[in-house]
Each structure stands twice: as structure tokens, then as C-alpha cells.
Design a protein around this ligand. Structure first.
Ligand SMILES: NC(=O)c1ccc[n+]([C@@H]2O[C@H](COP(=O)([O-])OP(=O)(O)OC[C@H]3O[C@@H](n4cnc5c(N)ncnc54)[C@H](O)[C@@H]3O)[C@@H](O)[C@H]2O)c1
Length: 425
């Protein structure tokens, strides 16, 4: 089929934009990747990405070497523009609001380049009706096409999921959706479903809200089980034997800049979304809850001037992304209680607090608090655990993810507490 779109400008080269730009370039489009961050553009050109994602380096270098991808700090004329800039949440008078300033700035930067027949796709997560409003603003005196195409990839599996996941395309009209479909069809193996832009925006928010509310339910079960002395993990595993039940895992809180942020965009447009707000607040409270459980254990043993070694500040296992990580809240809370901390995370390269290697982190520590389910924490060998035991002052380990091999740690001599094991009080 003859392509109506040949040249695409991808605005924002982060976790979403860079893989998307490279994928399109590797599928024959002429792509201009744009990022306002000079350092990011430079590091992409030099092949030293600051995003750790399996296969990405090869994909990007393939795209650049083919001559189909160039990266720069300002947009240029193209047939289509794909917006992949951040959309964090901000608070105004205690009410959540999507910070659309990055999207608006991106739109302003492409506006001088727009010509009749151009297509603009928003991939950034936005509140319902945002695409429609931007279309009204831009279409004034021009004939442009516009669509909202939410990204659903999982960090750590971005390249696989970009290709395999089903895709939703929400056009402001049918022609826009069909034009956007032409682009995604070039590399998507999953099904492509067409709808209107506002429905597509809502679909994206519903997906992440569904996860958030269900994690909140698991967290509430964990708290109840602590109280009534039942092991929540065993109870969940048994409940999930029911053919229509699938309870998620509890944990130290929800991080990442999707699940912990996007539900607020629904609360923004519907203030009465009580369940969604409540789930968000419950999940946001989990870092403090797990710290309090640990502090109780430290107090019970009369440990003063405690030092806690935090294992994992990435928001989830086997990635280096620390955005909205529960680890940050855990650190702030423990420090506010006068507890010293050290941090060990084999994936994270830079963080707001100093990172240490394993031995330095556990040296003279009274407790280990496992916050992230990195596979490395599961794979500790007995000799390594013995070495950790030898280096620590007190031998407490609290696992908030059900990741460590508890029996092995116990065998070495540790007191092991698992979040929701019913032994908390
Ligand atoms: N990361 C994910 O897994 C994921 C999944 C689904 C949806 N999303 C959504 O996709 C969007 C982008 O997320 P991300 O994780 O890629 O963000 P990111 O922070 O990794 O990257 C965004 C990039 O945009 C750049 N930028 C900001 N303003 C710009 C402008 N005006 N012009 C050019 N570049 C600009 C930033 O410098 C940054 O490099 C967000 O709305 C996010 O919610 C992300």
C-alpha cells in the first residue's frame, strides 16, 4: 500500500518517544526525533542512552545508521508529529490536575511547521477531551488530522510490547484515525482498534486505574491480614484458585509515572470518583505503613540509632526507573524518624540519595528493608547471605515484595518479616 505519510517528527525522546522513533525509522519512515534536553540528544547521537531497556541500544543505533533517524532539539516540517512528552500530576488547592504544560509547549513548537493534511498524534497520557481541545485550537484555518494513541508498554519489555500489544487509535474523526492507523500498522503485530479520541483517552486512564484500585485492594487485604494474623500471600494464592478471582500482590506502594499518576486525571474530571481517590490514597500510604511495621520491630528489640539498608529504589523489579518510587517516601520517612539509611540497588545508576555497593550498604545495619522485587534479591546465594549476616549489627530483614528466599535467610540466622504475613503485631 502506498504510504501517505513518509516523514514523522517524534517530540520527546524518553522511555516512549525514543523506542517509537527508532521503531518507525527501522520500518522505513524518515524520522526526526526531537528533545529539548540537549544532553539527551547528544547521548542518543553518541549511542550512550540514559535509558536502560533491553534491545533499545541496538534498535536506536540501527535506526541512526540506516540514515532514517536523526535527532535534534527543534522540530522541522514533516507529514506527521507524534507527541511523547511527560504529563505529571500537579496539585492546585488540594485538587489533582494533569500538568499539560509539556504537551502545550510541544504543540507550540510544531505549530509553525504545520501544513494542511498533516497528522498530529498524542501518545502522552492526558485527561479526557484534551486531544479534542487541542484539535479545535490547531484546526483553526487549517485542515489537519489528529488522533490520540495511548502507549501501553511495560518498561523492561518495551520493544516486545510495542510490536505485540493491541493498539487503540482515537481519531478526532474517521480520516484522522485511518491515517494514524497507517503509521502503527507498519510495526504493530497486535490488533488495532479504532475509536474516538476522548474514548481512547479514557481507555488509557481506565487501564491504569484498574491496576491501581486492584493493588489497593491487595494492600488493604495485607493490612487486614496483619491485624488478624493471617498470611495474606497464602490467602491470595488460595482465593486465586477461584476461576473468576485474580487478586494482585500487595507491596510497599505504587510507583512509576503511570499507575500512580493517571488515576488522578480521572479524579480531575470527576471530583466524586471516591473509590479511585481512596485507592490512590491507600497505595500512597503504604510506604509509611511498611516503615511503621519495621520501626515496631526495631523498638521491640530496643534498637537505638538504627540503620536501615534499603534494598531497591527502582519503582519495580529489574528496571532502573525510580520515578514516583515508594523507596523515596520510605527514605524520607525513616530519616524523619532519626533512622539512618543506606541504599543498595543493582539497577539504579543515579538517585537523589547516595547509592552504595552491597557490602557498604549492609555494614553495621540493623535491618534490611526490601522495597523492590529485583531478581538479584531473589538470587542471593547462601554464602552471600552469610556475608551480609556477618556485616550487619542486628539481623532483621523485612520483605515487602515476597521476593527473597525467606527459608534461606532464616537458616542463616536472620529474623525475617514478610509484609502481610500476619506476624506484624
Ligand atoms: N514510560 C512508560 O512506560 C509510559 C507508558 C505509557 C504512557 N506513558 C506516557 O508517555 C508520556 C511520555 O512518558 P515517558 O516515560 O517517555 O517520559 P520521559 O520523561 O522519559 O520522556 C519525555 C521526554 O520529553 C522531553 N520533552 C519535554 N518537553 C518537550 C518539548 N516541548 N519538546 C521536545 N521534548 C520535550 C523531555 O526532555 C524527555 O526527554 C507521558 O505522558 C507518560 O505518562 C509512559
Amino acid at each position: 500500500m502506498e504510504r501517505r505519510i513518509e516523514k514523522i517528527c517524534v517530540i520527546g525522546l524518553g522511555y516512549i518517544g525514543l523506542p517509537t522513533a527508532s521503531m518507525l525509522a527501522n520500518h522505513g519512515y524518515r524520522v526526526v526525533g526531537v528533545d529539548i534536553d540537549r544532553e539527551r540528544v547528544k547521548s542518543i547521537e553518541e549511542g550512550s542512552l540514559n535509558i536502560v531497556e533491553p534491545g533499545l541500544k541496538t534498535l536506536v543505533s540501527g535506526a541512526i545508521n540506516s540514515g532514517n533517524l536523526k535527532v535534534k532539539t527543534t522540530p522541522e516540517d514533516a507529514d506527521a508529529y507524534i507527541i511523547c512528552v511527560p504529563t505529571p500530576v500537579k496539585w492546585e488547592n488540594n485538587l489533582p490536575k494533569c500538568d499539560l504544560s509539556y504537551v502545550y509547549n510541544a504543540i507550540e513548537s510544531i505549530k509553525p511547521h504545520l501544513n494542511d493534511g498533516n497528522l498530529i498524534i498524542i501518545e502522552s497520557t492526558v485527561p479526557p477531551r484534551t486531544t479534542e481541545r487541542i484539535y479545535q485550537y490547531l484546526n483553526n484555518g487549517r485542515k489537519i488530522y489528529m488522533a490520540y494513541c495511548p502507549e501501553r508498554v511495560l518498561p523492561g519489555k518495551i520493544l516486545k510490547e510495542l510490536v505485540e500489544n493491541d493498539r487503540i487509535i482515537g481519531g478526532v474523526n474517521r480520516e484522522s484515525a485511518e491515517l494514524a492507523k497507517e503509521i502503527y500498522s507498519s510495526f504493530v503485530d497486535g490488533n488495532i482498534y479504532i475509536t474516538d479520541s476522548t474514548t481512547a483517552e479514557m481507555v488509557k486512564l481506565m487501564e491504569n486505574t484498574y491496576r491501581d484500585v486492584n493493588i489497593a485492594l491487595a494492600n488493604e487485604f495485607a493490612k487486614i491480614c496483619e491485624e488478624i494474623k493471617v498470611n495474606v500471600w497464602e490467602a491470595i494464592a488460595l482465593a486465586n484458585k477461584h476461576p473468576r478471582v485474580n487478586i494482585l500482590n500487595p507491596g510497599p506502594g505504587v510507583g512509576g509515572h503511570c499507575i500512580s499518576v493517571d488515576p488522578w486525571f480521572i479524579v480531575e474530571v470527576y471530583k466524586n470518583a471516591k473509590l479511585i481517590r481512596c485507592a490512590r490514597e491507600l497505595n500512597d500510604g503504604m510506604p509509611y505503613y511498611v516503615c511503621d511495621l519495621l520501626c515496631k520491630e526495631l523498638e521491640r528489640r530496643g534498637i537505638e540509632n538504627a540503620k536501615v539498608a534499603i534494598f531497591g529504589v527502582a519503582y519495580k523489579g529489574n528496571v532502573e526507573d525510580t520515578r514516583e518510587s515508594p523507596g523515596r517516601k520510605v527514605i524520607e520517612y525513616l530519616l524523619s524518624k532519626g533512622i539512618s539509611i543506606s541504599i543498595y540497588d543493582p539497577y539504579v545508576k543515579t538517585f537523589d540519595y547516595p547509592l552504595e555497593d552491597l557490602k557498604d550498604a549492609v555494614k553495621n545495619a540493623d535491618a534490611i528493608l526490601v522495597i523492590t522485587d529485583h531478581k538479584d534479591f531473589k538470587n542471593f546465594k547462601e554464602e552471600e547471605i552469610r556475608e551480609i549476616y556477618r556485616l550487619m549489627r542486628n539481623k532483621i530483614v523485612m520483605d515487602t515484595r515476597n521476593i527473597i528466599k525467606r527459608e534461606l535467610w532464616r537458616k542463616v540466622g536472620f529474623y525475617v518479616k514478610l509484609l502481610g504475613d500476619g506476624k506484624g503485631e
